[in-house]
Design a binder for this molecule. Structure first.
Ligand code: FE2
Length: 163
């Protein structure tokens, strides 16, 4: 039963995957924020939680525009990435090393989302879904900004403190 016959089908599949990823991240980010004592990192996680909630709503809008359902698929990659984030939380480590470890996990998550949104936005553009593509690009840019911010914190002082 090959259900994926066109790029539109694949776009729908990708959007369902992203929707699951965002929902899982909404569950995971509060735990990550709770487990750092670094004010800037905590703030970054909290801000990204609010952003992630908007991203989830944006995906619902994209699905509505395209006339599809965001579905109940489970993104296994995000499940694994979130699990690694939880390992970072549970590890016996100094707070400084834990912060560096949390950033490492968070950046893996962001890179996964950047890949997903980049692909979905490109498919939407190719298929002429202009409005959906613009919404997907908006989220893509937010994910990139979050990644850049995490990079700045890590390189700025968090990794140095963990040495
Ligand atoms: Fe996201």
């Amino acid at each position: 039963m090959s259900k994926l016959k066109t790029l539109d089908d694949l776009l729908e599949h990708q959007l369902k995957d992203l929707y699951s990823a965002e929902k899982q991240l909404i569950e995971a980010l509060p735990k990550m924020a709770k487990n750092t004592e670094d004010a800037k990192l905590k703030q970054a996680f909290e801000n990204h939680l609010a952003e992630t909630q908007e991203q989830k709503a944006r995906l619902e809008k994209v699905c509505e525009i395209l006339g599809i359902s965001p579905g109940r698929m489970k993104c296994k990659a995000m499940e694994g990435l979130v699990e690694e984030g939880e390992e970072a939380i549970d590890e016996e480590a100094t707070p400084e090393v834990k912060d560096a470890s949390l950033i490492a996990a968070a950046q893996r998550i962001e890179h996964y989302e950047i890949a997903g949104y980049g692909t979905a936005a490109h498919y939407a553009e190719r298929l002429g879904h202009t409005e959906a593509a613009a919404l997907l690009r908006q989220t893509l840019e937010e994910e990139q900004k979050t990644d850049t911010l995490l990079n700045k914190l890590a390189k700025g002082y968090i990794n140095a403190k963990a040495e």
